[in-house]
Design a protein around this ligand. Structure first.
Ligand code: F58
Length: 838
């Protein structure tokens, strides 16, 4: 569709009620939106109507910035980061936009003058749970930081109709419920049907010779799906930059297949429509393995092709020659889920835009960069060749050709090393043939990065070792970070205000400025305030737990929290072993002096991951027994908070005393929850894994509870031959814990319920719980000791916060900009273009 220049529209005065920030103006705009957009008036409005009216009021204020940003980027054809991710775990938009616009307090006052409570309205928002965990949340933090740093960027992904499932707990078991986040409408997005694109799937290819006598390939697809972009503005913190998150929905090209319709096959026609729409129907809820499902590969090509076609459209619209695609865009691949971009960009350039192979390859490599997020071998994506061919016949041909050239390069660099060729090939031919997506991403990108120093080192030494030897210059580390806007300013206003009252608020944009807090660590008044705030937040969580779970919790106990996806490598069950150890000590000696603790868990398990679900059941079963045993006398409480989400995380991080980061060393790529907890003043008990290593380096070993085997020790122990039974037999407390579970004590006498879990520990223990058990218990005993010295604990907490500056996602994004993206900021002035021309 063409844009029609219209000078009358350009000169329109944007009405003050759509942009004004005074309390009076906000109130007027709110009532106006309630009436004209929501079609309600106060007498009959529901809470959701009020939420929607407020959301539209805030969106109006974003639009002015959003349009200004788009106009300036277009005029200047600014270099742009294109962040391709199958997941964006954005969390609720309203509160974040209020913070970033700097109007939280005005809006609070405006709604309160209308007799409403802002917290209530914030609670009303259904968050878009379009991600599984860390990877999707990282993408969201990066969008926030790019906008804050005024970096032109587009986030590209899928607008799943159903995001990550809602979790209920019934009889201690996880039950999954579909997430209908769109059922009340989504006020934050604007559909852009004028920028729809088409994606081909299936069918076959044909070779032909074009009018210049060149060899060409034509792809005759079996199916074509339409992608429609839905845009959400992403506002930076106190800047005018509003970038775009562009999510694609899949539709049938026409509402009916008219061929089938006319031949009377009405249901067949509707069926075809449903098949197309399936592509953006649901987020895959697995957080580790790729299952080789056809629909998932179809989702990947769908959003990647839509996004690359959209970028090419932008290139043309801005009069950039296609040969300069890589100067206009740098495309960051968030893991291998968008790695098909390597073949798709080649296909678009060669087949659709007549480019030669060499030039297309050079542009592809210069444009793409790949971030790896995992060290788990089972999480490395591979697609069976047969599946791949049936869905993407043309891409498979292109991949074979890339592979041919690539293996020639490998041969030239490592002559006579056929084993290496086999290991590095884009095609795994050891049994059934597979396409290896990580290899494709490595070959097709100019940069390959891990997400924490240790992770990058392990990639180089192990998982991607051959590629590191082949292309050492491509490898670099970009330690993850988190946005302090959502995870401090919005979620922890009390601590934010205390900090800003002492050191000003520059730290919100320059997190390293938190260092200035160190000057107050010996100030008793400050320490007292610090402690009172933590205590007040804990009281709030106590009330929430009482309401949600009906459990009364002692606010003076240690709030010991493990909140993350459930996975054996993350070892929530090691935490369970500690709880039972303490329980056993109490049972053996009911008067024992134990520092009171509340163990809080939150997190979902992949629906098909039986062991993770059994661990959830175990924790809930322990909770039932421990919380109701009179001998325990409220010294221990175990709480499983259901349906962990971003909204929920924001409530939990600020209340933590102790953050559990206890994965087996060498498994957690980085972790980002570890950063959010520490930033909110929790102390960490953790292994030397992922970013824990760097957090400890920053906050100081004396302010961090480290325990357990290191990654090299893990490998060495496994190489020697690990025998978990030896630990069981030689460690009295460990044996008592395992025996207590086996006896049916937590399962109403049922000795079979947890047997699969116990068998796996006793006979395999892949994640070395038994090997780390004693070190963990000793470390926890030390935690309990230190907690009793409240002044010391407070001091450690303050120093943790003061030294977390490195872990802002702003720092991560600056590093990406400098080392990979080669991109500068483009500040946005309001009023330069469309606004208020009189
Ligand atoms: C996570 N990966 C890492 N994957 O586990 C974590 O250490 C890291 O901090 C984080 O990425 C950000 O770098 C992760 O969340 C997924 O959820 C994928 C979803 C799709 C299937 C494969 C796993």
């Amino acid at each position: 569709m063409q844009t029609v220049p219209n000078h009358q529209v350009e000169n329109l005065q944007i009405e003050d009620d759509r942009t004004g920030l005074s309390v009076e103006c906000l109130k007027r705009a709110f009532l106006d939106n309630l009436f004209y957009v929501q079609g309600k008036f106060p007498k009959i409005a529901t809470k959701n109507d009020y939420y929607m009216a407020l959301a539209y009021t805030v969106r109006d204020r974003l639009l002015q910035r959003w349009i200004n940003t788009a106009v300036i980027y277009t005029e200047r054809a600014s270099r742009t980061v294109s962040y391709l991710s199958a997941e964006f775990l954005m969390g609720p938009h309203l509160g974040n936009n209020l913070v970033n616009l700097g109007i939280y307090d005005q809006v609070k006052q405006a709604v309160s003058e209308l007799g409403l409570d802002l917290e209530d309205l914030l609670e009303q928002e259904e968050e878009p749970g379009l991600g599984n965990g860390g990877l999707g949340r990282l993408a969201a933090c990066y969008l926030d930081s790019m906008a804050t740093l005024e970096i032109p960027s587009l986030g590209y992904g899928i607008r799943y109709e159903f995001g990550i499932f809602d979790q209920d707990i019934r009889d201690g078991w996880q039950v999954e419920i579909t997430d209908k986040w769109l059922h009340c409408g989504n006020p934050w997005e604007i559909a852009r049907p004028e920028w729809e694109v088409y994606v081909k799937l299936g069918g076959h290819t044909e070779a032909y010779t074009d009018e210049h006598g060149r060899y060409r390939v034509r792809w005759i697809p079996y199916q074509v799906v339409k992608g429609v972009p839905h845009d959400t503005p992403i506002l930076g913190y106190k800047t005018n930059t509003a970038n775009t998150l562009r999510l694609w929905t899949a539709e049938a090209p026409e509402s009916f297949d008219f061929g089938a319709f006319n031949s009377g096959d009405y249901l067949g026609a509707v069926q075809a429509k449903m098949v197309s729409e399936n592509l953006s129907k649901v987020l895959y809820p697995n957080d580790d393995s790729s299952q080789g499902k056809r629909l998932r590969l179809a989702q990947q090509i769908f959003f990647v092709s839509c996004s690359l076609q959209d970028m090419i459209r932008i290139v043309f619209r801005q009069n950039v020659p296609l040969e300069k695609f890589h100067e206009k865009f740098v495309v960051q691949l968030n893991d291998t889920h968008p790695a098909i971009a390597v073949a798709e960009l080649m296909r678009l350039l060669i087949d659709e835009h007549d480019m030669g192979w060499d030039q297309a390859w050079s542009i592809t490599q210069k444009s793409l960069a790949y971030t790896n997020h995992t060290l788990l071998p089972e999480a490395l994506e591979r697609w069976p060749i047969s599946l791949f061919r049936s869905l993407l016949p043309r891409h498979l041909e292109i991949i074979y050709e890339i592979n041919y050239h690539f293996l020639e390069e490998v041969k030239a660099k490592f002559p006579g090393d056929s084993d290496r060729l086999r290991r590095m090939s884009l095609i795994d031919e050891s049994g059934e043939k597979y396409v290896r997506m990580a290899h494709l991403a490595c070959v097709g990108s100019h940069s390959i990065n891990g997400v924490a120093a240790l992770h990058t080192k392990l990639l180089q030494q192990d998982v991607l070792r051959d590629f590191y030897q082949m292309y050492p210059e491509k490898f670099n580390n970009k330690t993850n970070g988190v946005t302090p806007r959502r995870f401090m300013v919005l979620s922890n206003p009390r601590l934010t205000n205390l900090i800003s009252s002492k050191i000003g608020d520059s730290w919100i944009k320059h997190l390293k400025d938190l260092k200035k807090l160190e000057a107050f660590v010996d100030d008793p008044e400050f320490c007292h305030q610090w402690r009172s705030i933590k205590s007040a937040i804990k009281h709030d969580l106590v009330a929430y737990i009482q309401k949600q779970n009906g459990i009364s919790v002692n606010p003076d106990s240690i709030f010991d929290i493990q909140a993350k996806r459930f996975h054996e490598y993350k070892r929530q069950h090691l935490n369970a072993l500690h709880i039972i150890t303490l329980y056993n000590r109490i049972k053996a000696n009911p008067d024992i002096d134990i520092t009171p603790r509340t163990f809080i868990f939150g997190g979902k398990a992949a629906p098909g991951y039986y062991m993770a679900k059994l661990i959830i059941k175990l924790l809930n079963s322990i909770a039932d027994v421990v919380n109701n045993d009179p001998d325990v006398r409220d010294r221990l409480k175990v709480v499983f908070l259901k349906d962990y989400s971003v909204k929920f995380a924001q409530r939990v991080y600020p209340a933590a005393d102790l953050s559990e980061q206890i994965s087996m060393a060498g498994k957690e790529a980085s972790g980002t929850g570890n950063m959010k907890f520490a930033l909110n003043g929790a102390l960490t008990i953790g292994t030397l894994d992922g970013a824990n290593v760097e957090i400890r380096d920053e906050v100081g070993a004396e302010n961090f509870f480290i325990f357990g085997l290191t990654a090299p020790e893990v490998y060495a122990l496994k190489a020697r031959g690990y025998r978990p039974l030896d630990y069981y037999h030689s460690n009295r407390e460990l044996k008592a814990v395992i025996d207590r579970i086996a006896s049916g004590h937590f399962s109403h006498g049922d000795t079979q319920l947890f047997k699969p879990l116990l068998d796996s520990l006793l006979h395999r223990d892949e994640y070395l719980l038994f090997a780390d058990y004693q070190a963990y218990i000793d470390c926890q005993d030390n935690v309990s000791q230190v907690y009793r010295d409240r002044d010391r604990w407070t001091r450690m907490s303050i120093l943790n916060v003061a030294r977390m500056g490195k872990f802002s996602s702003d720092r991560s994004i600056r590093d990406y900009c400098q080392d990979i993206w080669n991109i500068q900021s483009v500040p946005i002035e309001l009023g330069e273009c469309i606004q208020a021309k009189e």
